[in-house]
Design a protein around this ligand. Structure first.
Ligand code: NAI
Length: 689
């Protein structure tokens, strides 16, 4: 479509109405920019027009720029040219905002002489979350309204400010009574401005004076929250520059930084994550399938996971029946939930009325017949196939016809669970991550008999909870835990060959992981994996390389933090120190296998950890367990502390390219022998999935 179709100029008396029409979100693209520029020129040239408004057709103003253009050379006119034309035109322009005015959309609005918003609008500058900084004056015009400290906070967090708050802060000048009256309100505002002599450009305002200490504090808080990424520092510098630079110089410098960051690796990685999320929602088998309702949710088991799942469902507005077999466990779980609300309200994160309303929707009980009221049942009892089969046989007999029955199992065979009911078509996996009310990843597991609308219910329910649901196949560990197991195994090889756990953890933290694998193992407890290894001992290939160091640690009672010792030793206050006893266990294990320890450098640790993940991702894709290659990257970032700014392991693999990757995989297989499985890297490289 060409520019004329994306932007049109209508009239309301002496006011030009520039309508942006680029469904679905009116993304700012080359055609939109060209259309805007010619509409602005037409307004300027038309003597019968005194003023103009900019408004979005459909559900929103410009909700953001078209990110597909961001990896390429940007086509003229660029957004600063459009804004310069508005500022240079002697007639006033009013931005009429509804839906979302984000990124370039909000910068365009800041280039106008006034902003009117409909209730429900959000405004903000999320560029930093995409590895860049605002590039069309956001860092220069915003501080002229809210001052430097607040502008730093807004730009660095990418927060979305709701209309009422935006009005209070002066980000918008007026609220329309409703979305229906937005156009009229904006036109009236434009007429009034024209009558009062016209222009009210933000560029002409002085930057309000701020206390140096307040600026410093805002900058430090933003850097900390933003993990000291380069774009955060650049955004702070750009906002701060408004205090000293003339605006034209500030704009020039801002644009230069924007252009440089936009084409950099980190911004590419973050765009990759953005597109991966969009693609994860597009699952061909679920296309057009309507989900069933999931307003009343029964959670079975009030342990760690059950209470977390209950909290997430309560926050999403569901009625929650929390059901246990054990009165004391129910009491503990219920208390945990109430404590959570007390903590949140005390910390000012939730208001008392909301907390009360959410707790009112919680119904704890020991009576299983209550299950009959549930639309969705989520089982979170002990990880034991027999227990789960008994529980599902019982749920199947009580739940109403059509209710979706979900298991939170981490590793068990979903089909074996589903077949314990008379209705396996209603059974799916909903694999939450701990803490379930916090972690964003949710695996929606597809059993052999799972009905598409049961799966669609799981996906929709996940989104309602604010999670990132990924559809996975029913295979041991699904996607996430299987990737993680391969990664951890490779790290165990490394300590057997000569690295110490502390070195491996430090090298991977250096790469950007939130925690190293051995610190993670101590935190979650070494006994879970130990029990699993024991359960699967018979199935293990006896010829395959097996590191028995964790078994030795468990046998010595070192189960991790909870026993005060694991791969590390922990003080009463939880402080972590290296333990010579662990080094002795490792040295002994090497000696038994006749391995002469060698020096392993940090680069090798990082390379082998990434390759182990990439190789496992290739195997998962070849087996059809992951739906899209990029789902792997979403799982790693949202469930396992992989640094978002590195994009994920598929992003990494694509950057390396096929030939290098083939050689890498061969090398990895070599160093992991005997019994290693080698994936075909080509499945990671195709973007179709
Ligand atoms: P937990 O031991 O904290 O809680 C399990 C609860 O289920 C206990 O309160 C127990 O009384 C109750 N329960 C046991 N049998 C029951 C029955 N027949 N009927 C009703 N209630 C029963 O266990 P956790 O950690 O919450 O794990 C639950 C499930 O979630 C397991 O399948 C586990 O693999 C899975 N999971 C655990 C994660 C974790 O990090 N803890 C992460 C993801 C999944």
């Amino acid at each position: 479509m060409d520019a004329q179709h994306k932007v049109r100029l209508e009239r309301e008396g002496s006011v030009g109405v520039i309508v942006i029409d680029n469904p679905p979100i009116n993304a700012g693209s080359a055609a939109v920019r060209a259309g805007l520029l010619s509409a602005i020129q037409a307004v300027q040239a038309d003597a019968s027009l005194q003023a103009a408004i900019l408004i979005g057709a459909g559900k929103t103003f410009i909700a953001g720029s078209d990110l597909r253009e961001f990896g390429l050379r940007l086509v003229e006119p660029q957004l600063p040219d459009v804004i310069a034309a508005i500022e240079a035109c002697p007639k006033p322009f009013v931005a009429a905002l509804h839906g979302a005015a984000l990124g370039g959309g909000f910068e365009l609005a800041l280039g106008c002489d006034a902003r009117v918003a409909a209730p429900g609008t959000v405004v903000g500058l999320p560029e930093v979350t995409l590895g860049i900084i605002p590039g069309a004056g956001g860092t220069q015009r915003l501080p002229r309204i809210v001052g430097v400290p607040r502008a730093i906070a807004m730009v660095c967090s990418g927060e979305r400010v709701p209309a009422a708050q935006a009005l209070q802060a002066g980000l918008v000048d007026d609220l329309a009574a409703s979305e229906a009256s937005l156009r009229t309100a904006a036109v009236a505002r434009a007429e009034a401005l024209a009558a009062r002599g016209g222009k009210r450009r933000l560029r002409d305002l002085p930057v309000p004076e701020s206390d140096a200490a307040a600026i410093e504090a805002a900058a430090e808080a933003a850097l900390r929250a933003g993990k000291r990424r380069p774009q955060v520092a650049a955004a702070i510098a750009a906002v701060r520059s408004t205090a000293t630079l003339p605006i034209d110089e500030g704009l020039r410098q801002e644009r230069e930084v924007f252009q440089r960051l936009r084409l950099g690796r980190e911004a590419r990685a973050l765009r990759h994550q953005f597109f991966a999320e969009r693609d994860s929602a597009r699952v061909p088998v679920l296309q057009g399938v309507a989900p069933r309702s999931a307003d009343t949710v029964a959670v079975l088991g009030a342990g760690t996971m059950g209470t977390g799942i209950a909290l997430a469902a309560l926050a999403a507005g569901c009625t929650v029946l929390l059901i246990e077999q054990d009165a004391a466990a129910l009491e503990r779980g219920t208390q945990r939930i109430h404590h959570h609300y007390a903590d949140r309200t005390r910390a000012g994160k939730l208001d008392a009325a909301q907390a009360h309303a959410q707790q009112q929707r919680l119904h704890p009980g020991l009576d299983w017949s209550a299950l009959a009221e549930a639309d969705l049942v989520i089982e979170a009892v002990f990880e034991d196939l027999e227990v789960k089969q008994q529980v599902f046989a019982r749920i199947g007999a009580i739940a109403r016809p059509g209710a979706v029955l979900a298991s939170n199992t981490s590793y068990l065979d979903l089909d074996a669970i589903a077949n314990a009911t008379q209705r396996p078509q209603d059974v799916i996996g909903l694999h939450f991550f701990s803490p379930a009310n916090v972690m964003r990843l949710l695996e929606v597991v597809r059993g052999a008999a799972s009905a598409p609308d049961a799966l669609a219910t799981g996906m929709a329910f996940g989104r309602r909870l604010g999670k990132l649901p990924l559809l996975t196949g029913n295979a041991f560990g699904f996607v996430g835990n299987r990737l993680y197991a391969a990664y951890r195994r490779q790290c165990e090889f490394l300590i057997e060959e000569g690295a110490w756990p502390g070195q491996v953890d430090a090298a991977l933290q250096q790469f950007g992981f939130a925690m190293g694998p051995f610190a993670v193992a101590d935190l979650s407890g070494l006994d879970i994996a130990w029990r699993m290894r024991q359960a699967h001992a018979a199935k293990r290939d006896p010829a395959a390389r097996y590191v028995d160091i964790p078994d030795r640690l468990c046998e010595a009672g070192r189960l991790g933090r909870k026993t005060g010792a694991g791969y590390y030793r922990y003080s009463e206050s939880g402080e972590r120190t290296v333990d010579p006893a662990v080094h002795a266990v490792i040295a002994q294990a090497r000696a038994v296998k006749g391995i002469a320890p060698r020096k392993v450098d940090d680069a090798e640790i990082q390379r082998r950890a990434l390759l182990a993940l990439a190789n496992e991702a290739a195997l998962l894709l070849a087996e059809g367990v992951a739906a899209h290659p990029t789902d792997v990257d979403l799982a790693l970032v949202n469930g396992y502390g992989f640094p978002r700014w590195e994009g994920g392991v598929v992003f990494w693999a694509r950057e390396r390219g096929e030939q290098a990757l083939r050689e890498d995989f061969a090398w990895l297989a070599d160093v992991s022998e005997p019994g290693s499985r080698r994936g075909d890297p080509s499945v990671l490289l195709s973007s179709a999935g």
